[in-house]
Design a protein around this ligand. Structure first.
Ligand SMILES: [Zn+2]
Length: 861
């Protein structure tokens, strides 16, 4: 008894120690960012890193009942990613109710007009503000702390009214790992001549700046964390994403966007965005801030970035871009250095979209944060003032999407197909996006019904793109796309999908899927050698790589084909195989043609795990990161190799394959972005490229039996005089420079190519695939010397009119009959050159297999 009493007594003490002080704090002192961090946030040369930002928000939420922390998940490098939820204490207590209202307005099926009006009147505007996805664009991550403090402590009726109308979801950094990398780099070189300069590595472990190109494919953990909170939990009506741009142009970009405009986005989205943009412009001008521009550079066409993806899901979404300083170091900008030069501002001058040009002078972190505070607050104000209208608008857009799909055809995706794994992945991706997907009662067909709130998103992602040719003036060239011009998922992923009228079963007895049913992993034990085929998906390679690591042998005998001529791997039995196969949901022993009796392992064997070196330059290449990401996902053993190791040579000792990711020859060989001009200096240990020694080392590597794989522009290295191969870029302009856009412009489009699937690199590929093309590059080969074999593995059609599958292609006739993938072999040495983007941003699943094949080919005896 005595013991129990004392336990209870301690519990009371514990309660007092934990709960009481918090309650007391909440009513007394709310700390400023500077008080918690011990320095003035926003001061010159001062930055808070992510852990400090996180510490501040924790202190703030402990002290203020207007601020809560919601953990979004872990980052790539294991940091905790969070957002602050900011509103009145009462709204926060009722957040489940307001989430529910937001969800109903986003999918108003079954609601009457009166019910929608009532919900719009009762609901709160949910406003998502995301900061610092691009880690060097660091102002917003610092601003977030200041703004949160202001909102937590404001006592004026205007701010209190806004907080009562709006629930703010504030993400101080969409890329916490990168925020820390940039801050650490900045601190390290403070006070040196490299202060505020470029970093020699990507600011995201895998994808660097492309973290804002991932919002329809959802490959990265940070993207997925936020996607979950947005489309499954909060359903914000408005998304503001704050960025920074270059040094020498306007001071801030606000909406309206520039042309072109995506056909499928509801115009109400732009009307809502422009309402916010007008308030932003007004507030900036009122505060005496000059250099505000709209209708500039950033188009309304491309769906790959944060808030853009939301447009197709009936969400208002705004981008702002503030001019940068050198991270936290002020810049002095002479009026003569100010320049336009891009869409919406050709010359730096007063225009109606730029009525008050910034005159030049000092520009610092504090300015960036001040501009951002004003636009954030203007957005909050607009959300509050137009709360009901904006909420009604979201429901109205959803209803229009639903109605436009009534009686329309549905997307149908066969469960069994050439790459069933990719089909399942596409379906899982749609579900992750909040799209309704159904499975037929015989479980043979996935359906995406047309009558649903995200129908426009479905059409954009499943259909094909035709880039609008907007010309700013008669006889002028077209407006260039901001990013790529194609994102048709079935084409990119190599998935068979078509539209058809919904059957009786589809409409009545099919079931809504909340996750994709995965096949049971199974092993057919009667077979002498277990076999896995790529009808299972690219994940067959995960198994192959695992078996090789276990010391097994794998054969890729081209005579052994699975259903639909897929590639099959025959492997030596291993006790761990059953477990692996179950974990990967693969089926072993499903291929045809295995009873030939021939010892399949003897020939075409990959004898050991292939050791892959992936070149990493000090001018960061996002393609390097994406390649590393894709290869790691599929179980390849990849190590980065840098200039010094490359120059040292003797590469065969440690590697079987060297991959040069997509970068120009100047970047790889010289460590320079272009051939001439001023380039910012990096610390000496990060300067230069692989140099002539590195190129010689690569040639030596191939001569001694290694395999060199070059991705897109990196093929320029293997086409250099050192290698002396009978191949050149058929699309090189005068002096070897890239062709001008007026002659050739394929800015990231899907083009038809034919594949020789009797070649090891083409094994298991369909005869025709969609290749992602984004540069003037195609191969013109000629007959090699007798000791060398040349193979054209993929090539473009004879006629340009058969080429474009999705996107935009100007000058495509230059690709007629040109090679897209080629290989050269001499002895055991191999060079494989990919002209298109075979694993572009981890999106082009339909062509991954060619890269994987090229790597495994290196391991064949
Ligand atoms: Zn940015």
């Amino acid at each position: 008894m005595h013991k129990q009493k004392s336990a209870a007594f301690f519990l009371v003490l514990l309660f007092l120690a934990t709960v009481m002080p918090v309650a007391a704090q909440k009513s007394s002192h709310v700390p400023t960012p500077s008080q918690v961090l011990g320095f003035e946030v926003g001061a010159d040369r001062k930055l808070a890193d992510y852990r400090q930002i996180s510490a501040y928000f924790k202190a703030l939420s402990a002290a203020s009942d207007r601020v809560q922390i919601q953990v979004l998940g872990k980052t790539t490098l294991g940091e905790e990613m969070f957002m602050a939820v900011i509103s009145t204490p009462e709204n926060l207590r009722n957040k489940a109710k307001y989430q529910d209202i937001a969800r109903k307005l986003a999918d108003p099926r079954g609601l009457s007009k009166d019910q929608i009006d009532a919900l719009a009147s009762e609901g709160k505007a949910i406003f998502l503000l995301t900061c610092n996805i691009h880690s060097t664009e660091i102002g917003s991550s610092q601003m977030a702390m200041e703004w949160a403090y202001k909102l937590a402590t404001a006592a004026d009726p205007e701010t209190l009214r806004r907080l009562n109308d709006v629930i703010l979801l504030l993400v101080p950094s969409l890329n916490p790992d990168g925020e820390t990398m940039v801050t650490e780099w900045y601190r390290k070189y403070l006070g040196t001549k490299y202060e505020g300069g470029a970093m020699p590595y990507l600011y995201h472990h895998y994808v660097g700046h492309d973290d804002n190109r991932d919002w329809y494919m959802l490959t990265q953990i940070e993207t997925r964390n936020v996607n979950q909170a947005v489309y499954h939990e909060w359903f914000p009506q408005f998304w503001l994403d704050e960025h920074q741009m270059g040094y020498y142009g306007p001071r801030i970009y606000i909406p309206p966007n520039a042309d072109p405009v995506a056909k499928l986005v509801n115009p109400l989205v732009h009307r809502g965005n422009n309402l916010v943009g007008a308030a932003m412009g007004w507030r900036l001008e009122e505060a005496g801030k000059s250099g505000v521009i709209y209708n500039y550079s950033f188009d309304a066409y491309w769906p790959g970035g944060t808030r853009n993806t939301g447009w197709w899901k009936n969400m208002y979404g705004v981008l702002t871009e503030v001019a940068s300083a050198r991270i936290a170091t002020p810049m002095q900008i002479s009026p003569t250095e100010l320049q336009g030069g891009t869409k919406g501002l050709i010359n730096y001058q007063q225009q109606i979209n730029f009525p008050n040009p910034w005159p030049g002078g000092t520009w610092r972190l504090r300015d960036i944060m001040d501009y951002e505070l004003l636009v954030s607050d203007a957005a909050l104000e607009t959300m509050s003032k137009y709360r009901r209208e904006l909420l009604r608008g979201v429901a109205r857009m959803a209803e229009e999407a639903i109605d436009s799909g009534v009686g329309g055809q549905w997307w149908t995706i066969p469960v069994d197909q050439h790459d069933a794994g990719a089909a399942r992945h596409l379906v899982a991706l749609m579900i992750e996006h909040g799209v309704e997907v159904r499975l037929s009662s015989d479980k043979q067909t996935f359906y995406i019904p047309s009558r649903q709130p995200y129908d426009r998103f479905v059409e954009e992602m499943m259909g094909i793109q035709r880039y609008p040719e907007v010309r700013p003036a008669p006889n002028s060239g077209i407006l260039e796309p901001y990013d790529v011009a194609a994102w048709s998922l079935p084409l990119m992923m190599g998935v068979e999908a078509k539209k058809s009228w919904p059957t009786q079963d589809a409409r009545t007895t099919s079931t809504v899927l909340h996750e994709v049913p995965l096949p049971e992993g199974s092993v057919e034990h009667t077979l002498k050698y277990p076999t896995v085929c790529t009808t299972e998906g690219n994940s067959a390679f995960i198994l192959v790589n695992a078996v090789l690591k276990l010391g097994g042998k794998v054969s890729v005998d081209p005579a052994i084909r699975g259903a639909d001529a897929s590639e099959c791997f025959t492997m030596t039995p291993h006790p761990q195989l059953d477990g692996l196969v179950k974990k990967l949901h693969l089926r072993l022993g499903s291929s045809a043609g295995l009873s030939s009796g021939k010892d399949a392992i003897a020939e075409y064997a990959i004898a050991k795990p292939v050791r892959v070196a992936l070149y990493k330059s000090y001018i960061p290449s996002m393609d390097e990161g994406w390649t590393r990401f894709v290869l790691e996902q599929y179980g390849f053993d990849v190590k980065n190799i840098e200039n010094k190791q490359m120059r040292a040579g003797n590469l065969n000792a440690a590697y079987d394959v060297v991959i040069l990711p997509d970068s120009s020859r100047e970047v790889i060989v010289d460590g320079r972005q272009g051939r001439e001009g001023y380039q910012e200096e990096l610390p000496p240990e990060y300067t230069g490229g692989i140099g002539k020694e590195g190129v010689r080392a690569l040639k030596d590597f191939v001569d001694k039996g290694g395999t060199l794989i070059t991705l897109a522009r990196a093929s320029e290295v293997a086409m250099g005089e050192e290698f002396n191969l009978p191949v050149r870029n058929a699309l090189a302009g005068a002096g070897g420079r890239p062709l001008p856009a007026s002659d050739f412009n394929i800015p990231g489009s899907l083009l038809r190519v034919y594949v020789d699937n009797q070649n090891p690199v083409g094994y298991g590929m369909p005869k025709e695939v969609a290749a992602f093309v984004d540069a003037p590059l195609a191969f013109q080969t000629s007959s090699p010397a007798p000791d060398t074999q040349r193979s054209v593995i993929a090539w473009y059609p004879d006629d340009a009119k058969d080429m474009l599958l999705s996107g935009y292609a100007h000058g495509a006739e230059r690709l007629e009959r040109k090679a897209a993938v080629v290989s050269f072999t001499r002895g055991k040495g191999k060079i494989v050159m990919f002209g298109f983007r075979v694993q572009h941003r981890a999106q082009t699943e339909g062509t991954f297999q060619m890269l994987f094949n090229a790597i495994e080919w290196a391991g064949m005896e």
